[in-house]
Design a protein around this ligand. Structure first.
Ligand code: ADP
Length: 357
């Protein structure tokens, strides 16, 4: 039952549209903790429309995969009646799959499972227009089922563990942190497996003008807290506005390589990012001061699940397979060399224009 009097008069009023009872419960608790006022919960598109008309909330969080009228149709109907409606989609589907919704007027997308901070920072800036993106293939049924039916409960485990951690006595913290960490591992595995499966199915994709320095900058911001925690020095030597004609999935490859450089760097390590251009393409180099990759593993690490055993380093073993597939789709090349100062240098060469096949 939703009690409206929980938050002050001036607080933002939220309608939660979510067909999973526990996910709705979690959202409601999170909103209340943050001082929002939850005016209603709806578990179907039809109910959401009714409650929207009744309450005219300031924000609607919209699940997509619901039986009968799904979130897409519901968002469309609400926006038809009120073009100022502030709808934020919260779904396991990625922003690129829901791209048509932004042209309808949906303000923002939050991917499940979400980080609590990410949810609220997105809500705080819903006035900003969403980024342009391109559609990718829908992925196999198995992957879709995994993403919808496994990611949801896993996200709940993680978010509830977070809530428990807030008030947990010291004697229980370790166990709760282990629950959270392991939920995170499976989430990462499903995300990576789903990305790789989609990339493997992909034969054609839209080519857009991609700003490599902007994508690298974005990945560095996303990895910022880990870079800071480990005291890593990043020397980003990329000039502004390095353009390529490529698919938007190159962002994923850059993120993965930078994330590995951070993951395998020791505390106080150094990462140097540089690029060279020739008439045909762009060579991006990411040098780290980590353990390096032995000669005999330099090919194998780009294959699926080939991990060189590293104690204390978490990973799915799919990251470099994703990078390799993205690069292959662009008819580029990726490899690893020794960093003369210790560590490794991962190099990606991508053609400036996508070559005709
Ligand atoms: P994961 O890191 O999840 O194991 P990846 O596919 O990203 O999976 O990497 C595969 C393997 O390549 C890693 O297990 C690690 O042994 C090696 N590797 C990747 N990046 C680096 C790096 N920057 N420095 C040293 N080794 C690396």
């Amino acid at each position: 039952m939703v009690k409206e009097e929980d938050a002050g008069e001036g607080s933002l009023r939220v309608l939660i549209v979510e067909d999973d009872e526990e996910a709705a419960e979690l959202l409601e608790s999170l909103f209340k903790r943050q001082g929002y006022r939850v005016v209603g919960r709806a578990s179907s598109g039809e109910e959401a429309l009714e409650k929207y008309r009744e309450h005219r909330p300031d924000i609607v969080t919209m699940d997509i995969m619901m039986p009968a009228m799904d979130g897409r149709e519901c968002a469309r109907r609400i926006l038809e009646e009120d073009d100022k409606a502030n709808i934020v989609v919260v779904s396991v589907l990625g922003r690129e799959e829901l791209q048509p919704l932004s042209s309808l007027g949906v303000k923002a997308f939050v991917k499940k499972p979400f980080e609590v901070e990410e949810l609220f920072s997105t809500l705080a800036k819903t006035a900003r227009p969403p980024r342009r993106s391109v559609a990718t293939s829908p992925g196999s049924l198995f992957i879709d089922i995994l993403r919808h039916d496994a990611l949801n409960p896993l996200g709940l485990i993680k978010n509830f563990a977070d809530m428990l951690l807030d008030d947990a006595p010291d004697s229980m913290r370790q166990e709760i942190e282990a629950i959270r960490r392991n939920a995170d591992r499976v989430i990462e595995l499903i995300e990576d497996a789903s990305t790789l499966a989609k990339l493997n199915e992909l034969t054609d994709f839209e080519v857009v003008k991609v700003d490599v320095s902007a994508l690298v900058g974005k990945a560095l911001v996303e990895l910022g807290s880990e870079i800071k925690r480990k005291g890593i020095i990043v020397d980003n030597r990329l000039e502004d506005r390095l353009f390529l004609e490529a698919g938007t999935m190159v962002e994923n490859a850059f993120h993965q390589l930078l994330s590995n450089a951070v993951k395998y760097s020791p505390e106080g390590g150094r990462i140097v990012i540089s690029a060279e251009q020739d008439g045909h393409g762009l060579l991006l180099s990411i040098a780290d001061s980590g353990p390096g990759v032995k000669e005999e593993y330099r090919k194998a690490i780009f294959e699926r699940l080939e991990r060189v055993k590293k104690r204390g380093v978490r990973g799915t073993g799919l990251g470099l397979a994703i990078v390799k597939r993205v690069v292959e789709l662009h008819k580029g090349r990726v490899w690893v060399e020794d960093n003369p100062g210790g560590g490794s240098v991962f190099k990606v060469w991508l053609p400036r224009r996508r070559l005709e096949r």
